[in-house]
Design a protein around this ligand. Structure first.
Ligand code: 2NE
Length: 270
């Protein structure tokens, strides 16, 4: 499979293959821990995935065979966040979480190794997680002086239940891929060497289906949990679909032609 580079970055790889945009955190030396600059690059690539009509599905993974992502890079953790090139402390991984959640396309975590701390949260917020048999999962926050009480807790609890989510955060244990599957934390576990093949197979299956239907399902599943921000997403999709109707076009045309709109001719469905 020949992945084509979409854009060059310093700390991630961003590639394309037959409808799939693949974002790979490329810091294997640090088990793919992210700095604010890594995250900035991931967000940039994610926005390109949202805007590019040739990309139907996004895959998120880590370089090498040790780690998917080990969370925030502890070397650059400061007193008010993680410090990047500009010297400003920030927690911009939350921006990436929001982008994963709101992009109207499926995002698949291809978990090739450790998914730990903020790296674990990243796979949690993806729509689907496919794990190598070698993958290991867990939160470490309370052990290393951090926590994610946002999606990393509430959405995790929606997935594995309140008791298990509290266990994961309070005990900071590590879980095998089999245990993750057992608790519904991942969708599938596959032999390490088959990870990309199976991920691409799943992407291909999704790409055979109606993108609008997948988009509406994602927005609807988000809306149930995300309060007004979730409703905004769902409503934005409804508006887009409404704009595609003749009825909505009539309103615009009438305004531009300086006449009264005639909405009577449009059907009122039961
Ligand atoms: C991932 C894990 C369990 C792997 O353990 P092991 O024993 O297999 O490898 P090792 O030797 O610990 O790691 C290999 C190299 O990667 C670096 C290590 O320092 C080590 O480097 P050297 O000693 O060879 O120089 N490395 C690994 N993770 C790193 C990290 N996060 N930052 C910088 N360097 C890292 C084990 O490495 C581990 O537990 N890693 C730390 C996981 C962690 O606590 N992450 C931060 C959680 S907080 C967070 O991510 C967060 C949040 O909670 C809320 C919001 C935003 C972020």
């Amino acid at each position: 499979r020949e992945w084509q580079t979409i854009k060059e970055y310093e700390q991630i790889k961003f590639e394309y293959f037959e409808g799939i945009g693949k974002i790979t955190i490329n810091r294997p030396r640090y088990y793919n821990a992210f700095t604010p600059d890594t995250t900035k690059e991931m967000c940039d690539a994610m926005v390109i995935c949202r805007e590019n009509p040739d990309i139907s599905v996004v895959v998120l993974t880590g370089a090498g065979d040790k780690a998917f992502c080990s969370g925030g890079d502890q070397n650059v953790k400061s007193t008010a966040g993680y410090i990047g090139k500009d010297g400003v402390p920030r927690l911009n991984i939350l921006d990436m979480q929001k982008l994963i959640r709101s992009i109207p396309k499926p995002v698949v975590a291809m978990v090739n190794g450790y998914a730990i701390g903020g790296g674990h949260v990243l796979h949690v917020v993806c729509d689907l997680s496919i794990a190598s048999e070698k993958a290991i999962f867990g939160q470490t926050g309370p052990k290393v002086g951090s926590f994610d009480a946002g999606f990393g807790s509430s959405y995790l609890a929606r997935i594995v239940g309140q008791k298990k989510a509290r266990e994961i955060w309070f005990l900071c244990e590590q879980y095998s891929a089999a245990e993750a599957l057992e608790m519904g934390l991942v969708n599938k576990v596959v032999p390490h060497e088959e990870l990309e093949d199976v991920t691409v197979e799943w992407c291909n299956k999704m790409m055979q289906h109606s993108p609008l239907a997948l988009r509406m399902i994602k927005a609807g599943l988000n809306a149930e949990l995300d309060g007004q921000a979730g409703i905004q997403e769902l409503a934005g999709n409804a508006t887009m679909l409404y704009y595609m109707t003749e009825e909505a076009q009539e309103g615009k045309h009438a305004f531009l032609e300086k006449r009264k709109p005639d909405f009577k001719k449009y059907p009122k469905m039961p």
